[in-house]
Design a binder for this molecule. Sequence first.
Ligand SMILES: *[C@@H]1O[C@H](CO)[C@@H](O)[C@H](O)[C@H]1NC(C)=O
Ligand SMILES: *[C@@H]1O[C@H](CO)[C@@H](O)[C@H](O)[C@H]1NC(C)=O
Ligand SMILES: *[C@@H]1O[C@H](CO)[C@@H](O)[C@H](O)[C@H]1NC(C)=O
Length: 417
Amino acid sequence: MKLLPLFTALSAVVLPAALVSCQKLPLSTSSRWILDADGQRVKLRCINWAGHQEVNIPEGLNKQSVDYIADFIQQQGFNCVRLTYSIDHALNPDVLISDSFVAAAGAANVSTEDMNNMYSQIAEKNSFVNGATTRAAYEAVIAALWKRGVMTILDNHVSKASWCCGIDDGNGWWDEGFGYNDMNSRYFKTQEWLDGLEKIATWSISQPGVIGMGLRNEIREWLLQGTNGREDWYNFLTQAATRVHTANPELLIIMGGTQSATDLTHIRVNKTIDWSAWQGKHVWEWHAYSFTVTFAIASGNCDLLKQTYGLFDGFVLEQDKDYTAPLILSEFGFGMTGGPNSGLSDDDNSYFQCLRDYVTGNDGEWALWAVQGSYYVRQGTVGADEGWGLLDTDWSQLRNPNVTDLLAPMFKVTQGP
Ligand SMILES: *[C@@H]1O[C@H](CO)[C@@H](O)[C@H](O)[C@H]1NC(C)=O
Ligand SMILES: *[C@@H]1O[C@H](CO)[C@@H](O)[C@H](O)[C@H]1NC(C)=O
Ligand SMILES: *[C@@H]1O[C@H](CO)[C@@H](O)[C@H](O)[C@H]1NC(C)=O
């Protein structure tokens, strides 16, 4: 009942009916396109939903029921969610949610009482959490989304459950790679990562509407890492993709470049990755924010910025190359309030207008960062607000209603095979 006013307001948003019908799975790729089981193009229009921090369940269940959040996502027209998780979770799915909040207090160095209070709020909004495991929370979210025709991409965001992605967070580059660096690799245990991905892939077989897996968010080399022609990138991602595909051959395999998913140039300049072991499933991903490729952003020249996007990532959409495959802009976003320009800051506005033009020009796939209006705990702050959240702090409505118009052109499908 509480939903009605929200939906009345949202009904003003005109969405093509196709956006809310279920896709026929599994998905596959052909050239730069993602196709459904009938061979029709599927354009991914996704939103990120974080779950990779210390508590190890999707954020926001203390604010609204799973059904409320899933309704909201569907009503906004998104056809998929990029749902993030840690390798800690992948390898320890049977932790009780109540225990996970206590453990998170220790891991995040915050008060146990605060975390227990937060757990009580969750139990109020989502009674299923009583006696349930963290894995069950993921399953509830995935099921609620697919009931509404919303697909899920499972994204391995970090190894050690925590906020991502500083150069000193220990989650950036494989510990078995060349040029080991403690700051950037102490938690990125290569074998645990491979095992965790395989376990998630196996579990995903039973999960409705899961269409793909992102092998690792924002891989980033530091100092000597990557200086061997990025051989570790080729090697470990090939191992991971092969294991995921063997465990669940239906999934799309999504991988990004280095420099925090902004740089695939080695694919263009040196050699592509050999995806014969996961043929017809390969998808590239990239990220673009107002603080990435800063030299091009700083120029204030949109043509230069678009050229830069093309040289670093967008080139993979060019037809008939050995690297040609679909490409999803799996993270982009901006502060949802502040100043003129529909509530975007000047910097965010010029970056976003240009990026949007680039993505709509290619009719590319995308995932906005992010739906969450708050976090259970982020970087030592219990209940931290997310100013980039599509939802407000209470997860009840849009933080900035202007965002609907801002994103509208990106929902349109203008090209196809
Ligand atoms: C934990 O937080 C307290 C303050 O609440 C601080 O004094 C202490 O240094 C922190 N410990 C770590 C390991 O960050
Ligand atoms: C291409 O490979 C060479 C030789 O391994 C390496 O020096 C160079 O950095 C690589 N280029 C890119 C863009 O990765
Ligand atoms: C929406 O856009 C208008 C016009 O640019 C702006 O004045 C207003 O502050 C924006 N709303 C929010 C919440 O940012």
